[in-house]
Design a protein around this ligand. Structure first.
Ligand SMILES: *Cc1c(COP(=O)(O)O)cnc(C)c1O
Length: 389
């Protein structure tokens, strides 16, 4: 990668390498859409949906306008509304809880597990009430939640699960794709996600034909026939242009996921070799200041983000920045403390695991095509911070 080689800044995400591979083919696909003029509901949308359903081994896949809308529409289709409670994580992107509010339901937060930072099923159990209508786990950073425990809970209490898979396109647990566990899965094609569009886009997966049918209506203002509207919906469509680009990119997805996993493996090896991390630790410590991402044997983590947990984060970030290395924090404030959810009545101290994570998580540069030499530079600079000569 000439653009970001030695001597240049190391960005958190760089799409240059992957874009080069698809550029000519995607431009031709875009041209074909423009020639054909079917910008809405063009044939590429249906072709992409079919390819996605096959790829994930889930009966139905619907292209929609964004990951946020995928979540919103799913709650609308399930009839979640005022008086209902949806249990979710306080440690996610704001969209996860925002859409619960937008349908008039109440987000009920449950704390996460310290290492995986995914919903803690025991905490979820304690938050369940007769008003609980849905569990909304988030497969954070490209990992996948403890779906065995959550599925058992959902069966026992007869409460559906909708998976927020925005960061986990391609993740699997025991061979099963993220998005195949719950009643529905919501994906995002935001450009920096594992499968990114040339703009916004999203996908909903489901095994249930009645839900797929309802979602198809909601995607188009609740239309059931020409000028006939059964329920309230919206304009939640995926552009044909985006579908055409995504259809091309889908062919490369497996290679790009492998590249992410290889880069993650290299980071792990480098951190362990530098004496900064140990495979056995579960917290960052003086001895091992870098807690590596949580990876389980039964899960394929697809590393949309490579997130470590560290102490003294602000000073480390400042030193990395000086050395020309970008890093970012996902997320610096848990959702229960955000002003937009103040009316829910949560306080600091309610979710100690999420609150500590907000102080310790740090995303390091990782993208398909990152050079091993760039990764070495990142680790060397972190070593220089924690072990000054
Ligand atoms: C990106 C993201 C979303 C929203 O997706 P958009 O396509 O940007 O609307 C939702 N949840 C999580 C966890 C995300 O990372």
């Amino acid at each position: 990668m000439a653009e970001t080689g030695t001597g240049r800044r190391i960005p958190l995400v760089d799409l240059t390498w992957s874009h080069r591979q698809i550029h000519a083919e995607a431009m031709a696909a875009v041209s074909a859409v423009i020639e054909g003029q079917r910008f809405i509901h063009g044939p590429e949308v249906a072709a992409f949906e079919k390819a996605m359903a096959q790829r994930l081994d889930i009966e139905f896949a619907l292209g929609v306008s964004s990951g946020t809308d995928a979540l919103l529409m799913t709650l609308m289709a399930l009839g979640i509304g005022p008086g209902d409670e949806v249990i979710t994580t306080p440690f996610s992107f704001v969209a996860t809880a925002e859409i619960i509010r937008r349908v008039g339901a109440r987000p009920v937060f449950a704390d996460v597990r310290p290492h995986s930072l995914c919903l803690n099923p025991e905490a979820v159990r304690r938050k369940m009430s007769p008003r609980t209508k849905l569990l909304l786990p988030v497969h954070l950073y490209g990992n996948i939640c403890d779906m065995d425990a959550l599925a058992a809970l959902s069966l026992e209490r007869e409460v559906n699960i909708v998976e927020d898979c925005a960061q986990s396109m391609g993740a699997r647990r025991q061979g099963r794709a993220a998005g195949a566990f719950g009643v529905a899965g919501a994906f995002s094609f935001f450009p920096s996600k594992n499968l990114g569009a040339w703009g916004d886009g999203g996908l909903i997966t489901t095994h249930r034909s009645d839900l797929a049918e309802r979602l198809r209506q909601i995607r188009d203002h609740g239309a059931v026939a020409a000028d006939r509207y059964d329920c309230l919906g919206g304009n939640f469509r995926l552009d044909t242009l985006q579908a055409a680009v995504l259809l091309v990119k889908l062919k490369y997805l497996d290679n790009w996921l492998q590249a992410r996993q290889q880069a993650a493996k290299l980071y792990e090896q480098l951190f362990v070799a530098a004496g900064l991390a140990s495979k056995d630790q579960d917290r960052p410590s003086a001895e091992f200041p870098v807690l590596l991402p949580w990876v389980e044997d039964e899960s394929a983590h697809v590393f949309n983000l490579f997130v470590v947990q560290v102490q003294n984060r602000a000073a480390l970030r400042a030193q990395l920045d000086q050395a020309g290395i970008d890093s970012r924090v996902y997320y610096s404030m848990p959702l229960h403390l955000q002003a937009c959810f103040a009316d829910l009545g949560y306080h600091a101290g309610d979710f100690p695991v999420a609150e500590l994570a907000a102080k310790q998580v740090l995303a390091l540069p990782l993208f398909p095509g990152i050079a091993s030499q760039q990764q070495e530079q990142v680790v060397e600079n972190i070593a220089a911070f924690y072990r000054p000569a």
